[in-house]
Design a protein around this ligand. Structure first.
Ligand code: CTP
Ligand SMILES: C[C@](O)(CO)[C@H](O)COP(=O)(O)O
Length: 219
């Protein structure tokens, strides 16, 4: 199976609050996006396309020499759509990954690829929910507890049969924004399988996450 990786790296990282785009923020001296590209390649992806903020393209070319870059969009959905258009002729599988998950172990990538190889059209890595999880009303008052044994936290990379992902994005209305790519294929009725995720694949969202990742790298 020839798998192409798409790395969504065009976000600004408002919640992290750094003075450069989140994907370029260094972790142990290397930009987050470089770690995430390497994770995909180490796990068995053959080549990678990275969606970057158009106005920062030169900085990304420096951070990722020789890697194919495309201009991302205003939302994650738009960025993945742009990269998928650029990559649509490549490979029979596509793995979509967040630049913000730099320490994803290669085993997670390999598990996603193995499930695709086994015939799945859509695969996501997941983790159990470990806290009591509740719904609240507009005033923040709990309206009920959710059955956490049925809930999962969804990570990336998310893997797809290429034709399925292309069709799902093709049928998604322009301007629609979904929080991940599994939701895009689910919206056209494709079953999404799950494989085990990994706590080390945590998303860097706020400064505390970056501090934890630094500790993880430095041991
Ligand atoms: N227009 C966008 C927005 C997000 N992303 C990417 O989607 C991933 C997950 O998004 P998130 O962690 O929310 O990143 P940001 O949107 O940059 O963060 P924030 O919401 O704090 O600004 C990131 O790797 C980010 O670069 C993207 O490619 N294009
Ligand atoms: C794609 C994702 O990482 C799966 O958990 C998540 O939906 C991204 O959410 P964000 O709000 O764009 O960080």
């Amino acid at each position: 199976m020839h798998a192409v990786g798409i790395v969504a790296a065009a976000g600004s990282g408002l919640r992290l609050g750094a003075d450069l785009p989140k994907a370029l923020v260094p972790l142990a001296g290397r930009p987050l996006v470089a770690w995430s590209v390497d994770a995909l390649l180490a796990g068995g992806v053959a080549e990678v396309v990275v969606a970057v903020p158009a106005e920062q393209r030169a900085a990304f070319e420096t951070a990722l020499p020789g890697v194919r870059l495309v201009d991302g969009g205003a939302t994650r959905t738009a960025s993945v759509r742009a990269a998928l258009s650029a990559a649509h002729d490549l490979g029979d599988a596509v793995l979509v990954h967040d630049a913000a998950r730099p320490l994803t172990p290669p085993e997670v990538v390999a598990r996603v690829l193995a499930a695709l190889d086994g015939g799945a059209r859509a695969v996501v890595p997941v983790l159990p929910v470990v806290d009591t999880t509740v719904a609240v009303d507009a005033d923040g008052v709990i309206t009920g507890a959710l059955p956490r044994e049925q809930l999962r936290r969804v990570q990336t990379p998310q893997g797809f049969d290429r034709a399925t992902l292309v069709e799902a994005y093709g049928r998604l209305p322009a301007g629609a924004e979904l929080t991940d790519d599994a939701a895009v294929v689910h919206s056209i009725g494709v079953p999404v399988r799950t494989v085990a995720g990994d706590e080390r694949a945590a998303k860097i969202t706020v400064a505390h996450d970056l501090a934890l990742a630094e500790k993880q790298v430095r041991g």
